[in-house]
Design a binder for this molecule. Structure first.
Ligand code: PLP
Length: 396
């Protein structure tokens, strides 16, 4: 049954709910946006930690998880961390970001991207996204940099503020790889260190290569709502052996290895992933290919269901990419932006947990004064994007 306010709902909302119902049926209780699934060795591996006493910040599952992650993503080094935000923080440190620098990031992202920049004492500089991948718009960024920046002494400098624009952090929104070829080239041209916030894109590939291997460093997240969860957790990926070594050092309190002495050679961080969580991660990684296959099936069903819903576009993986379809996404035609709230209301009333984009970063009180490009596309997307329930089990 539809919720009792359906008679007053705008037409596009009833169309959207009908399309979702054709995929998910009629649930009696709320269908989560993305719920974890523990169908393999999770219990056995976690029990092994408890049985052996190796539950904390070192242990064989941490080592194995890091090796398995590097193998899976095709990177040479993976360092597990307490969460994705911590991984992002260290990525920025590894990129050489310093107090007073600026870091280009999309305004269309989760708060962690902007906060991690702030933790280094640097300033987020917000840029626009494009509507194919929802990732950073390379052409718009090129135009913006031509207006506000210049390369001098091998560094990119903001001509207005005088600050060094040290890095560009891109984000693969909802698992869809952003326009990496163009962004890698742009970063080289403008002497920016490229960092990938790959928190949402474990399992997503661009031209056959796993996301997270294109920038100098990348961050993953294993929060409870992500494709793979360790309860809470993250990882730093890199193909640079020196950065890999430094990532491990910085995230483990910068302790100099010694059998009994505690000497630390710089200010490090306790960002380690406990063995207990890594055990969960090892078991989850074994399940990942199966979960991704089911998520693709679900996405294909949504795509078909929305094929003939006028004014609504199902966000498909960009050409040349394979998305993990972390969160299935529809985009309303801008003409329907005033019905956005109504569609969200009817979906949630109908037990399909659905949500809009995060509030754009430049609209949050602590970031309103930060430098920024024109953000027109992101602002339109904020009024038109909706995420739909995406758990793998919904494909069964
Ligand atoms: C989930 C996520 C993170 C990291 O979040 P944690 O909860 O700290 O693991 C970072 N960036 C984006 C875009 C995310 O979606």
């Amino acid at each position: 049954m539809l919720a009792n306010n359906s008679h007053s709902a705008p037409e596009v909302a009833t169309d959207v709910v009908a399309a979702v119902r054709s995929v998910l049926g009629t649930p009696n209780e709320m269908t989560a946006l993305h719920e974890p699934e523990f169908a393999g060795n999770e219990w056995a591996f976690v029990k092994e930690c408890i049985d052996t006493g190796w539950v904390s910040s070192v242990g064989s599952f941490v080592d194995r998880f890091e090796r398995d992650l590097a193998d899976y993503t095709g990177t040479t080094h993976a360092v597990a961390t307490a969460n994705g935000t911590a991984a992002l923080h260290i990525c920025l440190v590894l990129a050489g970001v310093q107090r007073g620098d600026e870091v280009l990031i999309p305004t269309l992202t989760f708060i962690a991207t902007a906060n991690a920049v702030s933790y280094t004492g640097a300033i987020p500089h917000f840029v626009d996204s494009e509507s194919v991948s929802l990732g950073v718009d390379a052409e718009a960024l090129e135009r913006h940099l031509q207006q506000v920046a210049e390369v001098a002494d091998g560094r990119c400098v903001n001509r207005k503020s005088g600050a060094v624009i040290r890095a560009l952090m891109v984000m693969h929104a909802f698992g869809h790889p952003c326009d990496l070829n163009a962004l890698v080239a742009l970063a080289e041209r403008w002497k920016l260190v490229l960092i990938e916030d790959a928190a949402e894109s474990l399992g997503s590939r661009y031209n056959g290569l796993h996301t997270g291997g294109f920038g100098r460093v990348a961050a993953l997240s294993f929060n409870g709502n992500k494709v793979l969860t360790t309860g809470g957790g993250g990882a730093i990926l890199t193909n640079d052996p020196e950065l890999g070594r430094r990532a491990k050092h910085l995230t483990t309190t910068a302790r100099v290895p010694h059998r009994w002495n505690f000497v630390h050679d710089e200010i490090g961080y306790n960002y380690r992933l406990p063995n207990l969580n890594a055990a969960l991660g090892c078991a989850q990684l074994e399940q990942l290919p199966g979960m991704l296959a089911r998520k693709r099936r679900l996405a294909e069903r949504y795509a078909q269901a929305f094929d003939d819903v006028p004014g609504v576009r199902f966000l498909r993986e960009p050409a040349g990419t394979t998305s993990n379809y972390w969160l299935n996404t529809i985009v309303l035609d801008p003409a329907y932006s005033r019905q956005h709230e109504g569609v969200l209301g009817l979906l949630n009333d109908s037990n399909y947990m659905s949500r809009p984009l995060w509030t754009l970063m430049h609209r949050l009180p602590m970031y309103t004064d930060c430098p920024r490009a024109k953000l027109n596309t992101a602002e339109t997307l904020a009024d038109t994007v909706i995420n739909l329930p995406s758990s793998p089990r919904l494909a069964d």
